[in-house]
Design a protein around this ligand. Structure first.
Ligand code: MV4
Length: 492
């Protein structure tokens, strides 16, 4: 068993994990890059080790340096947070072989869920509803065309090594599929060193609804309801809420039970999330599984009055986790705004720099997870999320009112942030009414697209990233199109 945890991460999640360790009586080790000497996680931890240069490849992503830091400090476990190495099966395996507890699922679970076609077939075998499409990989255009004929156009090609919206391509008819197949597989090969694709029918105007899971190593498995993450911009979540405005107790139970079936089938352990698309008729379909703690976990913690990180660590310590599923019910409506250091007017370009002053909102039901402070200089090497503002109230309407006032009270000087953008979203009647889907931001907040060159791309998201990831290095997505909009145009 371990009594010291190395946190292989930075920023707010590193602080969040350090706090959980404290409460569990565990010692903590921070690792940091040369760009993070003044970071709070370094000051908060019991011990700290500089593991290399600013670029993540030379620090937070370098197995050898992190393992060495664990060995010199005699840490017994590694918490990966989100992003970076959190879903790297090889890293989890190396930890195990070095007698370090990886605080997460088994390497086998991570690997299976990392291949999106394998993940989908695994879920289908477990009886989890999946989007109609190919069984596993489509090897040739002819295979793809046959499946497309069966499920009906429009269809979407996805890279098995992609995820999070990277390397997707919509095809509205057979001609588009022929061209799309070759382009998508070439792009996937270049971006992920794996050209394999799978094919699905397009779900139009879906909600992104994900189920939070917690499984111990004694066969206990629980779900903590849903998070609606439909407010996204270029596959970056901006606002998350629970309960989802579309949810009913019956649908929550069916989705929760499906998610648990999927987790049980792979003997999953720890915290995890199953992402579903929910269509306009409230049918739900498996999309991906995230084998990590997620950025947006606090809304579940606030609504359900639980501590997911402490539970995650307890699972890694081999403890039994006792809940009664029937009593895991949302007691609050909770909403999170991700506050990013970005210039909304300049296409959300990251704006690293020095925070000269900061005032955070407060009062009952207000939680802020952050690792920045007045005088802190945001380094340009990592992601641009600098704070999460989470509120809870007894009703969704009250939570929206509270969030709106918190956004007014939140002052960050020295750098542009997305706070002002959040205010506009909260002022939108369709957000207030809960009448939104994954196309909401593009429909209401995207400048009309004028550049015809821009219109040529039908790839969702950016190719070429090492790993889909929250907390990863800065990403620059390439298009602003929703699947809905993409399906409306096919003239490249
Ligand atoms: C889809 C889809 C519609 N139909 N698959 C985007 C991220 C990646 N995880 C999968 N994504 C989608 N897959 C089918 N068959 C629509 C999306 C999608 C989306 C999903 C969740 C949240 C925001 C989104 C924005 C655009 C497209």
């Amino acid at each position: 068993m371990f009594n010291k945890v190395l946190i292989a991460n930075r920023g707010e999640i590193a602080l969040r994990v350090i706090r959980a360790c404290r409460e569990l009586g565990l010692k903590t080790v921070a690792v940091y890059s040369e760009a993070d000497r003044d970071a709070l996680h370094v000051r908060f931890a019991d011990e700290d080790v500089c593991i290399g240069k600013a670029p993540a490849n030379e620090s937070y992503l370098d197995f050898k340096r992190i393992i060495a830091a664990a060995e010199v400090t005699n840490a017994g476990a590694i918490h990966p947070g989100y992003g970076f190495l959190a879903e790297n099966a090889d890293f989890a395996e190396v930890c195990e072989s070095c007698d370090l507890t990886f605080i997460g699922p088994t390497p086998d679970s991570i690997r299976r869920m990392g291949d999106k076609a394998v993940a989908k077939e695994t879920m289908r075998a477990a009886g989890v509803p999946c989007i109609p499409g190919s069984e596993g990989v489509v090897r040739t255009f002819d295979d793809a065309a046959e499946v497309a004929e069966q499920v009906g156009y429009p269809v979407i090609l996805k890279a098995v090594a992609g995820g999070g919206g990277k390397g997707m391509r919509i095809c509205r008819d057979k001609a588009e599929l022929e061209r799309g197949f070759h382009i998508a597989s070439t792009e996937a090969g270049n971006a992920f060193s794996n050209p394999d694709l799978y094919l699905e029918k397009v779900i139009v105007n879906p909600h992104h609804v994900e189920i939070q899971l917690l499984c111990d190593t004694h066969g206990n498995r629980y779900h903590f309801g849903e998070r609606d993450c439909s407010i996204q911009r270029r596959h970056q979540k901006l606002i998350e809420e629970t309960p989802s405005p579309l949810m009913t107790p019956d649908l929550r139970q069916r989705m929760g039970e499906a998610a648990i079936r999927g987790a049980a089938n792979v003997n999953y352990r720890g915290v995890g999330t199953i992402e579903f698309l929910v269509d306009t008729d409230l049918n739900f379909y498996f999309m991906e599984m995230n084998t990590r703690i997620q950025v947006e976990h606090p809304i579940t913690e606030e609504a359900y009055e639980v501590d997911l990180i402490k539970d995650q660590i307890k699972v890694a310590m081999g403890e039994k986790i006792y809940y009664e599923q029937d009593k895991i019910v949302p007691r609050w409506a909770a909403i999170e705004c991700r506050i990013n250091a970005e210039d909304v007017a300049k296409d959300f370009r990251p704006t690293p720099g020095t925070i000269t002053a900061i005032h955070t909102p407060g009062g009952p039901g207000v939680r802020i997870d952050k690792a920045v402070y007045a005088g802190y200089t945001i380094p340009p090497y990592y992601d641009s999320m600098i704070a999460k503002l989470i509120v809870r109230a007894r009703t969704r309407a009250d939570a929206i009112v509270k969030m709106r006032h918190c956004l007014d009270e939140f002052v960050i000087e020295g750098i542009p942030t997305t706070i002002g953008f959040h205010k506009k979203v909260f002022d939108h009647p369709d957000f207030a009414s809960g009448n939104y889907d994954t196309g909401f931001l593009e429909r209401n907040f995207q400048k009309p697209k004028g550049d015809p060159a821009e219109k040529k791309s039908v790839t969702l998201g950016r190719n070429g990233e090492p790993k889909p990831g929250e907390g990863d290095a800065v990403t620059t997505p390439t298009t602003t199109e929703t699947v809905t909009e993409m399906a409306d145009k096919q003239d490249q």
